[in-house]
Design a protein around this ligand. Structure first.
Ligand code: 6GU
Length: 246
């Protein structure tokens, strides 16, 4: 069981995502628990102001320190000790290895920043780590928090059921071979014959080769990092010879 505490200005952005499919089932089965906190609830004054203009000028609004700090303190106090993770494009880039590490924790506290940022003093004194989901800009951490939630929940034993236990492994070193389902002919395009043949060994080899091809073409970095060996290397050699002959 992992508990996710999400701090956001827009808790409603999570409602439909949490109420569908895998995340819904995982919560219903008690495998994950998600709590949402609106840090506007921790803001003082009639206007419950949560952001303000940046000192020194500049575009956008900066999240004020007091409501954010009060929200983090309150959430932290209520439950087991856990690091506070700020979602920001300035953070360390998330990858599958980090996802697996996060999935070992009993609790994740995810703070959704807004694009122009949070007051630096909160980052310094209330945040333990910073996470980015990739090199592009989002308007806020909410979409990123959903990515973290989905990726981490998939690693929790029982969440995937018997669907795809491979999801609990590391990021695949090879891209998948193409997949087809019925009909056998679609708008004049046929499914590769070998897949209809019932020859399991041929199908396995075809998939292996297609997967290698695809990886070579789209993600040569994966092949460099994890070079072809054994059967993969043999298949590639056999194909190279075939090309020479023809
Ligand atoms: Cl975590 N937040 C924002 N605002 N933009 C991002 C991001 C996070 N990760 C990538 N881009």
């Amino acid at each position: 069981m992992i508990r996710f505490d999400l701090l956001t200005l827009f808790p409603e952005m999570f409602a439909s995502a949490l109420d569908e499919s895998i995340l819904k089932r995982a919560q219903a089965a008690g495998l994950i628990e998600v709590r949402l906190f609106d840090f506007r609830d921790f803001a003082e004054g009639r206007h419950r102001q949560v952001d303000d203009v940046p000192y020194g000028g500049g575009d956008g609004m900066v999240l004020k320190p007091e409501p954010l700090a009060a929200a983090i303190r309150a959430v932290r106090q209520n439950g087991p000790e856990a690091p506070v993770t700020l979602l920001t494009p300035q953070g360390r880039r998330l990858d599958q290895e980090w996802v697996r590490e996060l999935a070992q924790r009993p609790r994740l506290i995810l703070v959704c920043g807004r694009y122009a940022g949070v007051d630096e003093r909160v980052r310094e004194h209330y945040v333990d780590e910073e996470l980015s989901i990739g090199d592009y800009v989002l308007s806020g951490g909410e979409a990123a928090a959903l990515v973290v939630l989905d990726a981490v929940a998939r690693q929790v034993p029982g969440v995937l059921g018997n669907e795809d236990s491979a999801g609990a492994d590391s990021f695949p070193r090879r891209l998948e071979a193409p997949q087809y389902t019925r009909p056998a002919e679609f708008e004049g395009h046929a499914v590769p014959e070998v897949l209809l043949s019932g020859h399991h060994e041929q199908i396995r080899r075809w998939r292996l080769l297609e997967s290698l091809r695809r990886t070579q073409e789209r993600r040569p970095d994966l092949l460099e990092r994890y070079p072809a060996a054994g059967e993969e290397a043999e298949l590639l050699e056999a194909k190279a010879k075939e090309r020479k002959r023809s």
